[in-house]
Design a protein around this ligand. Structure first.
Ligand code: URA
Length: 477
């Protein structure tokens, strides 16, 4: 049997060096006894470490990371298990990636338990101020972790409390910091720690976050396991607080607010205005409901709902995107510059009667100084407002609809794909009606020179096509 003695501190580095040497000679894990200062007395005869062997030794990054954590576990078998794993890695580098492997599973669970213990150490060490011996303040703490994690957990405190001297005593040993590196020493008797004023603060903090109406003892125990309680000043309050919780809940209920806070009136008023989902039985009733629409947030900033207008018996419906600045103020669609262009071109195409409306009925804008800059409605706003467009279509029953731009095309056909290849074509809408796709007039206004001329010519030709399509329909109105 080969006996490897590991020191009390720095043991992972020592294990690593010895394990590498053993693995280079491919020493069988069953032939190695790993020992450290707290191991039971040795029953075996001891053979020294064999010399470095001929085999190259590979230790993957994953393996070393896992091994460093497992090294802080309290299981006396940890060193042997890690050596077994190292030997396995030599033949199969990916074995650690197999969650079904029992050795891998055991090591992962050990590493997880160590990580959790370190986390708890960082959260639950409570320092007591000690008399200073120089210009720096001094603190001491007693902590009882589940595993020997002192070396793994202490460097955190050096980073966090670099401006004070401290010691953390544990059953495993003592970590000390005095401004440079952390040093470790074998265990000493539990230090006498004077009462500390900050412990009253811990209690105050804990008492104030304790909500008697939400007592979840299982969750509390999982966050703050009972084994750590004895060294936490705040946990002394827990039994009394739990016992008192039902009485406090009753008192809270009795003292419950009797008057709604001021904002409640506003919320109630909004709720009262929530859309009436009962389908209206006429275009007028639909308009009435739409005037109170709060289906999306656009209603809050806009001046008013801009409902459709025109000839409700027309065979043609023209759908734009959303009201602009002028439309929002006047409450009518297409009364601004884009509307003028549309009306001019429609008249030129011989369109005399149409129902004009928009996919979205509220103005969407961003303010820049005193100006309200138009913004395109998004998919959600278009979807919410489809409720109104669908109602309008049900009552107007157009034979043909012209969609001006992408938002109208999306609302009418459900297809949000780019407009260029679709322009000038007739598609079938969501409700089965014919939808002719064309540019939005504001696109023409935004362009200049030849591109503007071309878009205007295409727009004019699309409107002429709409007029021709309607003219070729059987007259039934
Ligand atoms: N643009 C639109 O899409 N609709 C209007 O009502 C005005 C401008």
């Amino acid at each position: 049997m080969i006996r490897v003695e590991l020191p009390r501190f720095g043991r992972f580095a020592s294990w690593r060096q010895a394990a590498r040497q053993l693995a280079s000679a491919r020493v069988d894990p069953g032939r190695v006894a790993w020992r450290h200062p707290d191991s039971d007395p040795d029953l075996f005869g001891a053979a020294p470490l064999p010399p470095v062997g001929p085999h190259p030794v590979v230790a993957t990054r994953d393996f070393l990371q896992l091994a460093a954590q497992v090294a802080s576990h309290s299981d006396p078998e940890r060193w042997a298990l890690l050596y077994q794993a190292l030997i396995r890695v030599q033949d199969d580098r990916r074995f650690l990636g197999n969650p079904a492997d029992p050795l891998r599973d055991r090591l992962s669970r050990m590493a997880r338990s160590v990580r959790r213990d370190i986390h708890k150490m960082h959260a639950f060490v409570r320092f007591h101020e000690l008399p200073a011996q120089g210009p720096r303040r001094r603190f001491g703490a007693w902590f009882e972790p589940e595993h020997p994690i002192l070396e793994a957990g202490a460097p955190f405190f050096a980073r966090r409390f670099a401006d004070m001297d401290w010691l953390i005593a544990t059953p495993e040993g003592v970590a000390r910091f005095a401004g440079d590196a952390v040093t470790y020493a074998p265990p000493e008797s539990r230090p006498e720690l004077p009462p500390d004023a900050s412990h009253g603060l811990w209690q105050t903090y804990f008492a104030s976050i304790f909500n008697p109406a939400r007592v979840k003892t299982a969750a509390m125990r999982s966050e703050m396991p009972v084994k750590y309680w004895k060294n936490l000043p705040e946990t002394r309050l827990i039994p009394a607080m739990l016992a008192d919780a039902p009485r406090r809940v009753e008192a809270m209920q009795e003292a419950g607010a009797t008057e709604a806070p001021a904002f409640a009136a506003r919320v109630t008023a909004r709720l009262r205005q929530l859309p009436d989902d009962r389908p209206p039985d006429s275009l007028e009733a639909a308009r009435e409901q739409a005037m109170r629409c709060t289906r999306c947030d656009l209603c809050h900033a806009a001046t008013q709902t801009v409902w459709g207008e025109g000839d409700r018996d027309a065979k043609l419906m023209i759908v734009g995107e959303a009201p602009g600045d002028h439309e929002d103020l006047q409450g009518q669609p297409f009364v601004g510059p884009a509307g003028r262009l549309l009306r001019d071109e429609a008249a030129a195409a011989g369109i005399e009667r149409a129902w004009l409306t928009n996919a979205v009925k509220h103005f969407k804008f961003a303010t820049r100084g005193t100006r309200r800059i138009h913004r395109n409605p998004d998919g959600g706003e278009i979807r919410h407002c489809r409720w109104w467009l669908d109602l309008e279509r049900r009552f107007v029953q157009p034979r043909l609809t012209v969609a001006l731009g992408a938002s109208a095309a999306l609302a009418l056909t459900g297809d949000g794909s780019p407009l260029t290849p679709r322009r000038g074509k007739v598609e079938i809408g969501r409700d089965g009606g014919r939808v002719l796709i064309t540019w939005h007039p504001s696109l023409i206004l935004r362009r200049s020179g030849r591109p503007a001329e071309q878009a205007r010519a295409e727009f004019a030709s699309d409107l002429a096509m709409a007029a021709a399509l309607l003219a070729s329909d059987q007259p039934d109105r």
